[in-house]
Design a protein around this ligand. Structure first.
Ligand code: NAP
Length: 482
């Protein structure tokens, strides 16, 4: 079994304590993938020092030259696509199609962000004074701390580190402990493509010590976090308290509205994709299906028929279209919410159990679950489950659908299915979500558009697109009288 190390100042190092932890295949927990450095605060501090030392050189490297590394990365991932897909499948439990989708998205995001290196634009505006040239420019912050979750361990590693580095910052990156191999492979690739020592440093191991250092060390000028609302909000308060920059993308409880005139087959196809794809472990997952009473019976029956056809199993097999949850904690969480839904009086019409027969016995497999008779105040309709559970809420009107859609603390993604343009735009006007769709699944997004939420989903500015680079740089204004 391979042992992987932290990357500090261009050298692969064990944790100072010498401690390690394992990465395990969620589809077969007897399959130990590799071991990794279990870092403590002292390791994180060393990585911050290395990033700080490398900052001046990287900041002074012209941005188009910085981008050269990333154009090489794009080509290398294209060449090694299958290898990346295989590791993603083995380490996350997602299916081959889902893993391929993540790899393609990674390629697109790196390519877009590398291109942004030649568009790090400021403004030149007329000055109020004669003979004064006034303009703005964007400059990097310094050391940026980046923390990612396990559900998109390659895509999120790329979509955060690339703009941070393109903008001229140096980085300390901490991947999720469930999926360190794919993130390590990505960091190795960046080094192979010529990233100078110390510009990107990686620390593996538990989040607590990393959060402490990123929260308190003044050399960390900005932090970008994706993960749970609980962890991100707490970290954000510490970072903001010392006036460093903070960006956090967190949980979702996304509504999917179906009006009487909707194409029900299309809606069902997209509920399956958004609710059960990646086992529902997506911040943009379709979680609350809010259906007009005129079509609720028909939609539920079509959804049941389609859900029955889902093939659950080891995602290493091509024909499988729903893989494993990431770990036993996610299984327990799923079982907890199935129990809560039942106790609250919702009707479980499909699924709700763990699968442990035959080949599945060593993996974290569950059935996709559908609750009907859900009301908006129930916990299953309010709390992020982050598993394959879809709640059907019946409403009497468009106005009620919009009200129910907004009746949660989160505000990440939303969808409406209708052919009525007025209602579609009424929904887009009234919905409290950072990303909204008409007749498109809640999980849909493109890497050159901004991504992020409202309400308790997000702290700080948007990720992705042009907005994504802006978080990683500061605007400075210059007045020049030659
Ligand atoms: P999590 O427990 O918050 O973990 C996310 C990351 O934070 C991991 O790397 C984790 O490290 C680290 N971490 C844990 N405790 C920390 C602390 N005290 N200080 C600093 N970092 C800490 O979330 P998760 O369960 O892995 O991910 C699922 C959540 O992510 C869901 O809520 C989902 O909606 C959200 N998510 C949001 C988006 C978005 O764009 N809005 C995208 C994807 C996922 P360890 O792995 O070592 O614990």
């Amino acid at each position: 079994m391979n042992t992987y190390k932290n990357l500090i100042a261009g050298k692969w190092e064990n944790a100072m304590s010498g401690e390690t932890f394992m990465s395990i295949n969620p589809a077969n927990n007897k399959d130990i993938i590799a071991s990794f450095a279990k870092s403590a605060e002292e390791d994180v501090e060393a990585a911050v020092e290395a990033a700080n030392d490398a900052f001046k050189g990287w900041r002074n490297t012209p941005a188009p030259q910085r981008a050269e590394v990333f154009f090489k990365v794009v080509n290398k991932i294209e060449d090694r696509r299958k290898e990346f897909v295989d590791v993603l499948v083995r380490e996350t439990g997602k299916t081959q199609d889902e893993a391929l989708g993540e790899v393609i998205r990674t390629i697109n995001v790196v390519r877009f962000m590398a291109g942004e290196a030649t568009r790090l634009a400021g403004e030149t505006l007329p000055s109020q004074q004669h003979g004064v040239i006034a303009y703005t420019k964007r400059e990097p912050h310094g050391v940026v701390g980046i923390i990612t979750p396990w559900n998109f361990p390659l895509g999120l590693a790329a979509s955060k580190t690339t703009p941070a580095l393109i903008a001229g910052n140096t980085v300390v990156f901490k991947p999720a402990s469930n999926t360190p191999l794919i993130s390590t492979m990505y960091v190795q690739l960046l080094m192979e493509c010529g990233l100078p020592a110390g510009v990107l440093n990686m620390i593996t191991g538990p989040g607590g010590p990393v959060g402490k250092v990123f929260g308190n060390n003044d050399k960390v000028s900005a932090v970008s976090f994706t993960g749970s609302t609980k962890v991100g909000t707490k970290l954000g308060k510490t970072v903001n308290n010392r006036n460093a920059r903070m960006q956090a993308e967190m949980g979702g409880k996304n509504p999917f509205v179906v009006l009487p005139d909707a194409d029900l087959d299309l809606a069902v196809e997209h509920i399956i994709l958004g609710g059960f794809g990646e086992c529902g472990q997506r911040c943009t997952a379709t979680s609350r299906v809010i259906v007009h009473k005129q079509v609720v019976e028909k939609l539920t029956s079509k959804l049941l028929n389609a859900t029955k056809k889902i093939v659950i199993g080891n995602p290493a097999n091509n024909h499988v279209n729903m893989g494993a949850l990431i770990d036993h904690i996610q299984v327990e969480n799923y079982e907890k919410y199935i129990q809560i839904g039942r106790e609250e009086g919702a009707k479980l019409v499909f699924g709700g159990s763990r699968l442990e027969e035959g080949d599945l016995k060593n993996g974290y497999f569950v059935t996709p679950a559908i609750f009907t008779n859900v009301t908006s105040e129930m916990r299953i309709a309010q709390e992020e489950i982050f598993g394959p559970v879809v709640c059907i809420i019946e409403v009497e009107s468009f106005d009620e659908a919009l009200k129910v859609s907004n009746d949660v603390a989160y505000g990440l993604s939303s969808s409406i299915y209708t052919n009525d343009l007025k209602k579609a735009f009424g929904f887009l006007d009234g919905i409290e979500s950072g990303v909204s769709h008409v007749n498109m699944p809640s999980i849909y997004s493109e890497p050159h558009f901004p991504f992020g939420g409202m309400k308790c989903t997000t702290t700080g500015p948007r990720e992705q697109g042009k907005a994504g680079v802006q978080f990683y740089s500061e605007t400075r204004t210059m007045y020049v009288k030659p």
